[in-house]
Design a protein. Structure first.
Length: 213
């Protein structure tokens, strides 16, 4: 793949009504993959993934261009199609991921996608999940990259244990050296201001949510 590895965008099979809302999330140099029924989502956006990882339980095998690599999975297996696609991509050297179509459907699949994102982040990857109204990014090291987005709220959650020394500046509600428990909803629905936001912490796994109504 060369010395520079692009971001791997994995299209998943979750429901997406407004595909146009996903287009601003894509980059020109992204490598596009699909996990099973995510092939249809990519096609709706006018994209042909270079790799399809699937057991074809949610769709029949499509007619594929010759240049598309297919990793066929057994229907009975110990991971989701999205997790299998991420593992194949990780083994090929990708270290930055965006999963589209992983939110908005069944709650168990959504939570599984969050666990997948955390697992990738703990392996040193930059990873986020997104749909039309939400994006979740995972940070295991400070600072947490936070970009102002018009019309969005931002929420912070600790995952799997406390996030220690959480400091939030430049948002409507600020914190200084706060230990955020995984059971603490204190940081739900914060707001951007005219100041540049900055989120830092000493230790832990931090989930950052962008959400809009």
């Amino acid at each position: 793949m060369g010395k520079t590895v692009s971001r791997c965008v994995i299209f998943c099979a979750g429901p997406v009504a407004d595909v146009a809302a996903l287009r601003p999330l894509l980059r020109k140099d992204d490598t596009v993959w699909a996990a099973d029924g995510g092939w249809r989502l990519a096609q709706r956006m006018g994209l042909t993934p270079s790799c399809l990882v699937a057991d074809f339980d949610s769709m029949p095998p499509p007619d594929l261009p010759e240049e598309v690599t297919v990793h066929r999975l057994p229907v009975r297996k110990d991971m989701t199609d999205a997790a299998a696609a991420a593992q194949v991509a990780y083994d090929k050297g990708f270290r930055e991921f965006l999963l589209l179509g992983a939110l908005g459907g069944r709650l168990d699949h959504q939570y599984g996608a969050v666990l997948l994102a955390v697992d990738l982040a703990r392996k040193g990857c930059a990873v986020s999940l997104a749909d039309e109204r939400n994006e979740i990014a995972v940070f295991t090291a400070s600072p947490a990259d936070l970009t102002p987005r018009q019309g969005y709220k931002v929420s912070l959650f600790a995952f799997g244990g406390p996030v220690l020394g959480l400091t939030v500046r430049g948002l409507a509600y600020e914190l200084e050296n706060y230990d955020l428990s995984p059971y603490d909803p204190l940081c739900v629905s914060n707001e951007f201001t005219d100041e540049p936001p900055r989120v830092t912490f000493r230790e832990g796994t931090l989930l950052l949510f962008y959400s809009k109504d």
